[in-house]
Design a protein around this ligand. Structure first.
Ligand code: C5J
Length: 221
């Protein structure tokens, strides 16, 4: 058992029934020329969490915690991309358009890949998801059941979109959910802060938050 000095109160977890889910740490969200940048965002805050996320990954691997990576991406024929998603807003490039890292958010294109510093290793599950939540239209739920997972640690981007959506989906499915505060980031600092507040409000209504250092300490004990 490991006890994490989380907020709003300590969280106890069993490494054997815990998984780390690293959400969408893809070049398309993190690098210049990707989808995030095409929406007019400054991607540098997202780049800044890569080393902390790598530390969290290393701690999970060392503690034999299951690691799952997700990628937001679509089939090349866009059959899993609703027009409402593709057509909304006014980005300089839309999903499926050709960018400097291949077609935007298309499975198998360089931009849809996970940044090299956080590359999955042998045995780690990689889930491609067409939505913001990682449970929607994916086999994630069945995999977690097969692995007998009870607790999920979350990292990745962006805090208030794919991370929060997946965390809420998981919370509704009965998982204990912990967000690594400094291994997640948003293009909008105020949205990240509000998401962290929302998660742990009202007695952990969505789950807990803790720093990567607090998680590392608990897993090393
Ligand atoms: C977004 C994500 N922000 N991974 N995707 O469109 O959060």
């Amino acid at each position: 058992m490991a006890q994490i000095a989380a907020l709003p109160f300590a969280l106890t977890l069993e490494p054997a029934t815990t998984a780390l889910i690293v959400i969408d740490m893809q070049r398309d969200f993190i690098e210049d020329g990707g989808f995030g940048a095409s929406l007019g965002n400054d991607v540098r805050p997202l780049q800044a969490i890569v080393p902390t996320t790598a530390r969290l990954l290393a701690a999970a691997r060392c503690a034999d915690i299951a690691v799952i990576h997700t990628r937001e991406c679509h089939a090349p024929d866009l059959s899993d991309c609703p027009p409402a998603k593709r057509d909304r807003g006014d980005p300089s490039l839309r999903i499926g358009d050709q960018g400097s890292m291949g077609r935007m958010l298309i499975a198998g294109e360089p931009g849809a890949g996970i940044v090299p510093a956080l590359a999955p290793i042998k045995g780690e599950l990689v889930i491609d998801k067409p939505g913001k939540g990682a449970f929607y239209a994916t086999p994630l739920g069945e995999h977690l059941k097969t692995l007998n997972i009870k607790t999920l640690i979350f990292a990745g981007v962006t805090t208030e979109v794919c991370v929060q959506t997946t965390m809420r989906e998981a919370n509704d499915r009965g998982f204990e959910c912990l967000l690594a505060e400094d291994a997640t980031e948003s293009y909008f600092p105020q949205f990240k802060a509000a998401t962290i507040d929302m998660i742990r409000a009202q007695g952990a209504i969505v789950g807990w938050t803790a720093t990567t250092a607090q998680i590392e300490v608990a897993l090393h004990d």
